[in-house]
Design a binder for this molecule. Structure first.
Ligand SMILES: *[C@@H]1O[C@H](CO)[C@@H](O)[C@H](O)[C@H]1NC(C)=O
Ligand SMILES: *[C@@H]1O[C@H](CO)[C@@H](O)[C@H](O)[C@H]1NC(C)=O
Ligand SMILES: *[C@@H]1O[C@H](CO)[C@@H](O)[C@H](O)[C@H]1NC(C)=O
Ligand SMILES: *[C@@H]1O[C@H](CO)[C@@H](O)[C@H](O)[C@H]1NC(C)=O
Ligand SMILES: *[C@@H]1O[C@H](CO)[C@@H](O)[C@H](O)[C@H]1NC(C)=O
Ligand SMILES: *[C@@H]1O[C@H](CO)[C@@H](O)[C@H](O)[C@H]1NC(C)=O
Ligand SMILES: *[C@@H]1O[C@H](CO)[C@@H](O)[C@H](O)[C@H]1NC(C)=O
Ligand SMILES: *[C@@H]1O[C@H](CO)[C@@H](O)[C@H](O)[C@H]1NC(C)=O
Length: 656
């Protein structure tokens, strides 16, 4: 009866305290503090996230009111509206909430409603603090009053892209629900993958609330494609249907990779106990969960939450619970500072709406929060430690330290295989331990823990297959009329046989995956075809490849890539042998007459130089001029014999 009791009390407070009450409580600067401030909450009660956050918000309001240090003398009162999973109802409900003079709105849960309501709160100057809308485009400058008290999918998709690049997959198929949430997320995924040199091969969109038949049709379609890596970004309330349909189509078996964004972990977390259906259909799936640092605060909160939820069989703790609880405190701290700064809470008539006369909708009740910009400023300046960790905003209005747990579902639960954080990328160490130490590049390349993939296999799936209805490779085969041992026409199933065909088939069979190919004969069978034309056809993509006794010549290597040669060409140069008359002076042939003259002159020159240097000191170089000339000649002769002639000889021999 706990929450019913509490809700009843809150309701009474609302009824008694209707209107903006300015009691005689005094704040600083003599501005009286109100006895009550109202905040609104906007989510779908009967949804996975709604069930997880409702007790948390109620508990947080009770905790704020019980805490004497924040908002002393002022009570926070909570008005909740059910958006009922519908953009239309949700928008009307949101406007009704705004008409009740709330100073801040928690929610909405859905990104689609957030887009519409953001326009309204911009004009009414009421901060919209969403604990669940994760569409990255909501961070745009167009929506200054939208504050995201959860992580943007921009970061989640960076995490998904990091996982994909870690396992070296190049193409993925995105399965998503085609609304603001799905589109925004998948666009961010495309950008994140592009940075990692990967891409989305196909975007399979589902209408919001798609039935099982539509999902099955879509899955059968993507099953025929090449990529086997699927990223599933859908709503928690209908997402499990994707996996049960995939299971029935045999797509949860080995070879497939399934990565689900944090919707899946919120389904599993919120089911409280291990749901046999959920884990049975998702064996081997990788999913993400917003990282919530394990702190003492969280532990002390759990018993209180369980006390609230036990009677109504509601959820257990999930990251949405933590963010919802913290966003109430975020508002409480901001309002405290807003009031301390001497601002009063007051509303004024919206001039724009005044102009719309004669509407039967009671638009006058939508009033502008005076100094709402100052309240927004206080919200964005928040700096406190909440259940989900440090609550603080960066300059681009995102929560600091975005981080995700990476979970692998297996058996009757899941294992944490690693973490991703904006600061350190993928790691096996919890991100809060990494924030404190300076980034160490040697610890940065740690792999994730081992994953059990679908089909209970530990081997990393290749991530792609040859599509069932894909094009076969066209292999060009020359239709020779002579020397057809290499390739020849055949009546067998392939239509060709021969040595080249055998080599090709053996090579193909060594590949770890099947390759479909068909052999296409080239040539008219009357004369040998032009191999240059065959190569040309490969480079023109008429053939995907060609086999045969094709010589590797320069011209052809400019057009196509050749394999290693697998047979000796057997080509040799045959030159006619000419009879040349031979005589005794044939040894003079290597050099011309002039060359012999130069050699002779060099001979004498070297001898003269040696004589000039030696004859003054060396007694061997003395004597009669005839003796001296003899000595020089001998010396030069010996020197040349040893060195020059040997070198000339070597040169002549080597260059033949
Ligand atoms: C649980 O709720 C009951 C009444 O709703 C209250 O008396 C009790 O103290 C609560 N227990 C805890 C642990 O908060
Ligand atoms: C109001 O202000 C007066 C003097 O500044 C102080 O004595 C009194 O306690 C204050 N009342 C409250 C409710 O804070
Ligand atoms: C919520 O929507 C469901 C169907 O979408 C409808 O049956 C139900 O009446 C709605 N509830 C409210 C309170 O609008
Ligand atoms: C709570 O859940 C249990 C088992 O999950 C079930 O037996 C019980 O009826 C539920 N109680 C309510 C009030 O729904
Ligand atoms: C936030 O608070 C912590 C301590 O509570 C402080 O160290 C830090 O400087 C604060 N940051 C900002 C931006 O005020
Ligand atoms: C994430 O990292 C980038 C680059 O390191 C930085 O510019 C950005 O501010 C970070 N975001 C948050 C929310 O910390
Ligand atoms: C980085 O890690 C290595 C090995 O773990 C360690 O030896 C080194 O001191 C670390 N450097 C810093 C700056 O922490
Ligand atoms: C190389 O190819 C060009 C044009 O494709 C041709 O003109 C040329 O004669 C070829 N050269 C030889 C050596 O085959």
């Amino acid at each position: 009866m706990g929450s019913a009791h509490l809700a009843a009390i809150l309701l009474c407070v609302c009824i008694i305290a209707g209107g903006a009450i300015a009691d005689s409580q005094n704040g600083t600067n003599g501005v009286p503090r109100p006895a009550e401030v109202r905040i609104g909450a906007l989510f779908t009660f009967d949804s996975v996230i709604g069930r997880a956050v409702k007790p948390a918000i109620e508990l947080a309001v009770a905790d704020v009111n019980a805490d004497p240090t924040v908002l002393p003398g002022t009570k926070l009162s909570l008005l909740m509206q059910d958006t009922n999973c519908s953009g239309f109802v949700g928008t009307i409900e949101a406007l009704q909430l705004l008409a009740k003079d709330v100073i801040a709105v928690l929610g909405p849960q859905s990104s689609a409603i957030a887009h519409i309501i953001s326009h309204a709160v911009n004009k009414l100057q009421v901060p919209l603090i969403s604990f669940a809308a994760s569409d990255p485009t909501l961070s745009s400058l167009e929506y200054p009053y939208f504050v995201r008290a959860t992580q943007s999918d921009y970061y989640q998709m960076s995490a998904v892209a990091s996982i994909i690049s870690q396992y070296q997959w190049r193409e993925v198929i995105a399965i998503y629900v085609d609304d603001d949430y799905g589109r925004g997320g998948i666009t961010a995924l495309g950008d994140a993958l592009a940075k990692k040199m990967s891409k989305i091969a196909y975007k399979a969109k589902l209408p919001p609330g798609a039935g099982r038949t539509a999902i099955q049709d879509m899955l059968m379609q993507v099953n025929e494609m090449e990529s086997r890596v699927y990223v599933v970004h859908v709503n928690p309330d209908s997402g499990m249907t994707v996996f049960s349909a995939a299971k029935s189509l045999g797509m949860m078996s080995s070879g497939y990779v399934w990565i689900a964004t944090d919707w899946l972990s919120s389904v599993i977390d919120s089911s409280g106990h291990v749901d046999s259906d959920a884990t049975e259909n998702t064996q081997g799936v990788i999913t993400l969960r917003q990282h919530v640092a394990d702190s003492g605060i969280q532990q002390s909160l759990l018993p209180k939450l369980n006390n609230l939820t036990r009677k109504e069989n509601r959820s257990s703790f999930s990251s949405y619970t933590a963010h919802a609880y913290d966003s109430v405190w975020l508002v409480a701290h901001a309002v405290e500072q807003f009031l301390s700064a001497g601002n009063a809470i007051s509303f004024s008539v919206n001039q724009n709406l005044q102009a719309i006369k004669g509407s039967s909708l009671q638009l006058d009740s939508l009033r502008v929060l005076n100094n709402g910009d100052k309240l927004l400023e206080k919200v964005l300046q928040a700096n406190f430690t909440g259940v989900s960790g440090q609550v603080q905003f960066t300059l681009d209005r995102n929560l600091i330290h975005p981080a995700y747990d990476i979970l692998n579902i297996g058996g009757t639960g899941f294992r944490t295989i690693g973490y991703w954080s904006n600061f350190s990328g993928l790691s096996v160490a919890a991100p809060e331990n990494l924030h404190s130490v300076p980034l160490n590049s040697t610890t940065n390349d740690i792999q994730l823990h081992d994953v059990i993939w679908p089909g209970q296999t530990a081997e990393k799936p290749r991530g792609w297959v040859f599509p069932y209805h894909g094009k076969l490779l066209r292999i060009g085969v020359p239709l020779r009329t002579s020397y057809n041992e290499f390739v020849m026409q055949d009546d067998g199933p392939d239509g060709v046989k021969g040595f080249s065909v055998d080599v090709f088939k053996s090579a193909i069979s060594l590949l770890p995956y099947p390759v479909g190919c068909t052999f296409v004969l080239f040539g008219d069978g009357l004369k040998n075809p032009s191999y240059s034309d065959l190569v040309q056809k490969v480079s023109e993509n008429y053939f995907d490849a060609a086999i045969g006794d094709i010589s590797i010549v320069t011209n052809r290597t400019r057009l196509v890539d050749f394999t290693q040669p697998y047979t000796e060409s057997g080509l040799i140069i045959v030159a006619p042998a000419r009879e040349t008359e031979s005589n005794a002076w044939a040894f003079l042939k290597p050099f011309t007459f002039q060359m012999w003259c130069v050699l002779g002159l060099l001979f004498l020159f070297v001898g003269t130089v040696v004589w000039i240097l030696e004859h003054r000191t060396n007694t061997e170089f003395r004597g009669t001029p005839r003796q001296q000339i003899m000595t020089v000649c001998w010396l030069v002769y010996v020197l040349h014999n040893i060195s020059v002639f040997q070198r000339v000889q070597a040169f002549l021999l080597s260059d033949i």
